[in-house]
Each structure stands twice: as structure tokens, then as C-alpha cells.
Design a protein. Sequence first.
Length: 102
Amino acid sequence: MTETSKRLCYGTLTNSNATIYTVPDATYTIIKALTLCNKTASPATVTIKFHGTEVICTYTILAYDTITIPFFDQIVHATELIEGSASSATSINYYMSGKEIV
């Protein structure tokens, strides 16, 4: 097995559920850390799903606040999706790191 630590995805969530990362074929991924930042002057909620299951569900992030989950340690299998959405388009930035194992 080959294990590669890497930035898995980053960007800005929209106000509709969208794929932010897809596990490559013949690979599984261990999600290590997730950072979410509300870059607006109003509170916003965020939802993150791993393979269709909410792991963060309508969590409120205060205005100009950032949360980091440093030890997420969740496994997602080949071709499974990580999806995300925010209550307000362009309010929440995300950054996810982990390990891909082939």
C-alpha cells in the first residue's frame, strides 16, 4: 500500500449541496482535518456529508469565525463523495486534508 498525505479539497461552498471531493478509484481516503471559515458579517450554517451521511448538519458558524476539526479521522471508500453546502452562497470557505491510500 502507498499512503499519500495531501490537501484533498478547498474552496467556497454554495447554497446547494455539491460534491467537493470524490475518492479516486482503487483508493480509500482518511479525512484528517477540516477547516470551515465564515467570511461574512452574518452567521451562516454549513452541512458536510460523507457518502450521503451528514457528519456536520446545519452547524452555525458565527460571522468572521473559523472552526477547525483537527482529528476528523474518518474513512471514505473508492468513488464515494464528500459533499457540502452553506445557508448562504459564498459565505463559507472550506479546506480539507487527509491521506489517500492505494
